[in-house]
Design a protein around this ligand. Structure first.
Ligand SMILES: *[C@@H]1O[C@H](CO)[C@@H](O)[C@H](O)[C@H]1NC(C)=O
Ligand SMILES: *[C@@H]1O[C@H](CO)[C@@H](O)[C@H](O)[C@H]1NC(C)=O
Ligand SMILES: *[C@@H]1O[C@H](CO)[C@@H](O)[C@H](O)[C@H]1NC(C)=O
Ligand SMILES: *[C@@H]1O[C@H](CO)[C@@H](O)[C@H](O)[C@H]1NC(C)=O
Ligand SMILES: *[C@@H]1O[C@H](CO)[C@@H](O)[C@H](O)[C@H]1NC(C)=O
Ligand SMILES: *[C@@H]1O[C@H](CO)[C@@H](O)[C@H](O)[C@H]1NC(C)=O
Ligand SMILES: *[C@@H]1O[C@H](CO)[C@@H](O)[C@H](O)[C@H]1NC(C)=O
Length: 370
């Protein structure tokens, strides 16, 4: 007589337990990014259309997570499916325009909105944006309105300038006084950006109602800009600097590698991975998980060729398993736009788009260190 109710209780108990599971080794999706047309990668590697700087992968692995690459140029159902399997998303830095079709920004649009949907449904889905990734997060949550200003923040190692109530944020709630002390006294954060957000603009356009600003910094010209934010409602975080570089990039002598800078970078990695541990989502089975993880790919040693990244994972459209790559010659055979070879990224409908206007390319190359 009691058997049914008891088994029901156990069943419900199991459901509750699994929805509150704390995954000790979370899996975080890292968004790929289109390679620069006629840039270093396209000159040295055939058919590679997207990349992930390996430092972002190491950064997450160094805090106990595993990584899956998230492809650009896919349709909503791809992102939707993946977003029900991973435990967090990292939007890396880089250099691309937000108006470029079928690349980083469009994929980010899907990911950010899917993350909002999931969180609204009570499914915890943290998103981290580093540098351009923070810029994209703010841009997308502001309904694609541009609030960035030009900044000269390239090649700067800076201490944190915390705002008074920084410790009231989730990001810094559990930071130790020792780490804070080091962060404010030493040049621990590495900046490499030509755009930034300011508190003035945030207050003017009421982005301060959406984002909590925890720290500021000053660029080469003394312009004050926002260096860390967290979303007030969602587990979304952004840093304008590069916490992964002091740990894993050795391409510029301006990147600090002091014990303090490494400790500081590790703090941010540990925090985000601890957020991802709160998610209980998983792949359907071990095979699917194994086939999706970054271990299926090998990074290239690209700094030896002059890249700002020590190592990069580079992907062809085939590796991204993009079906129906347009192959009719013409468009992707180059020469059509001032000698640049446009990269073809299939759209939702499989049609080809030429992402860049040739006039933008030099600017883009100049931005390549974001
Ligand atoms: C690049 O793509 C072209 C055209 O599909 C192919 O012929 C060539 O073998 C590819 N190169 C490499 C290195 O895969
Ligand atoms: C999305 O792309 C996948 C292949 O990646 C395809 O199987 C699916 O039919 C596409 N869905 C839509 C709605 O276009
Ligand atoms: C994309 O944005 C850049 C920077 O604002 C601008 O210069 C360019 O004209 C835009 N491109 C397109 C195709 O709208
Ligand atoms: C963004 O756009 C949507 C749809 O147009 C609108 O409902 C919403 O209020 C807008 N949000 C902001 C912050 O402007
Ligand atoms: C931080 O960098 C600034 C500017 O390069 C320099 O003046 C300062 O001495 C550095 N501080 C420390 C603690 O290294
Ligand atoms: C945002 O800034 C505006 C303008 O300064 C101010 O009136 C408002 O109270 C601020 N909102 C928050 C949440 O701080
Ligand atoms: C694993 O999951 C994938 C995706 O749902 C499915 O296609 C595949 O058949 C499953 N494999 C096994 C062995 O269950």
């Amino acid at each position: 007589m009691n058997i049914f109710p008891i088994s029901l209780v156990i069943f419900i108990g199991t459901l509750l337990a699994s929805s509150e599971a704390d995954i000790s080794s979370p899996i975080i999706g890292v968004l790929t990014q289109e390679v620069y047309v006629d840039g270093l990668i396209s000159r040295h590697f055939d058919n590679k259309t997207s990349y992930i700087a390996a430092s972002y992968v190491k950064y997450l692995e160094g805090a106990g997570a595993r990584v899956v690459p998230i492809w650009i140029g896919r349709n909503r159902s791809y992102y939707d499916d993946l977003m029900h399997k991973i435990n967090g998303v990292l939007l890396p830095g880089g250099a691309t325009w937000f108006n470029q079709s079928n690349g980083y920004a469009d994929a980010g649009e899907h990911l950010i909105h899917l993350a909002i949907e999931l969180n609204d449904q009570g499914v915890f889905m943290p998103v981290w944006g580093t540098c351009l990734g923070m810029e994209l997060l703010v841009y997308k949550l502001a309904n694609e309105t541009e609030h960035r200003i030009n900044c000269e923040g390239t090649g700067m190692a800076l201490p944190m300038e915390f705002k008074e109530d920084y410790y009231k944020s989730r990001l810094f709630a559990s930071i130790s006084d020792d780490v804070v002390d080091t962060m404010v006294k030493e040049n621990v954060t590495y900046h490499s950006h030509q755009f930034c957000y300011t508190e003035k603009v945030f207050e003017r356009d009421l982005l301060n109602e959406t984002w909590r600003v925890m720290s500021l910094n000053h660029d080469w010209n003394g312009i004050e800009f926002i260096s860390t934010v967290e979303h007030i409602k969602y587990p979304f975080y952004g840093v304008q600097f590069h916490p992964e570089k002091p740990l894993y990039e050795f391409t510029k002598n301006t990147i600090p590698h002091t014990a303090a800078a490494v400790l500081s970078g590790q703090f941010f990695a540990d925090f985000f991975v601890s957020e991802a541990r709160k998610s209980s989502q998983s792949f359907s089975n071990a095979t699917e998980q194994a086939r999706t993880l970054i271990y299926n790919y090998m990074p290239e040693y690209t700094s030896i060729l002059g890249s700002a990244y020590i190592q990069q994972y580079l992907f062809t459209n085939d590796e991204m398993e993009i079906p129906d790559i347009p192959d009719e010659g013409g468009d992707n055979e180059g020469g059509s736009s001032g000698g640049y070879i446009p990269i073809i990224v299939p759209g939702d409908d499989g049609s080809a788009t030429t992402p860049f206007l040739s006039g933008l390319l030099l600017t883009l190359v100049l931005l390549s260190i974001n």
